[in-house]
Design a protein around this ligand. Structure first.
Ligand SMILES: [Zn+2]
Ligand SMILES: [Zn+2]
Length: 139
């Protein structure tokens, strides 16, 4: 058990996999994503605002899908958003390729942290191992 507050509805849920959203929210998101994906497929070259209007999925959520790599920003106009570092226009991820190159090392290490969290049991065992080593050294 690893209780956490859902990012979207703030309810407590069991984040055993390190996820930040509860199951009902994830399912609602998946439904939204499918609706948006279908709409974009049948309306190539549409605008993100038109998609939001037609599917009743908030524009912010559509952008989240794009940032998560679930939608192709090239399929609609207005889907670019600023790089988190230099504010240049990007269509995927959180940083432009230039900043990404610079940040590569940081991101690789943060991905390692995520992997560790997912592997909750192994992570706990490792932590206990460190604690035991520490205790035996400093006894
Ligand atoms: Zn939720
Ligand atoms: Zn940048």
């Amino acid at each position: 058990m690893a209780l956490a507050n859902c990012d979207l509805c703030q309810r407590m849920f069991d984040a055993w996999g390190g996820q930040r959203r509860c199951q009902p929210c994830l399912e609602a998101q998946e439904r939204d994503w499918k609706v948006v994906r279908e709409y974009v497929k049948s309306h190539p070259g549409t605008n993100i605002l038109v998609v939001a209007d037609a599917t009743e999925v908030p524009e912010r959520r559509i952008r989240e899908f794009i940032m998560a790599g679930l939608l192709e920003p090239s399929q609609m106009t207005g889907a670019h958003y600023p790089c988190r570092k230099c504010q240049g226009p990007i269509a995927t991820g959180e940083y432009c390729p230039t900043c990404l190159g610079r940040l590569g090392r940081d991101i690789a290490s943060s991905l390692d942290t995520v992997k560790q969290k997912k592997d909750d049991e192994a992570f706990k065992q490792r932590t206990n191992g460190f604690a035991n080593q520490y205790r035996s050294k400093h006894r």
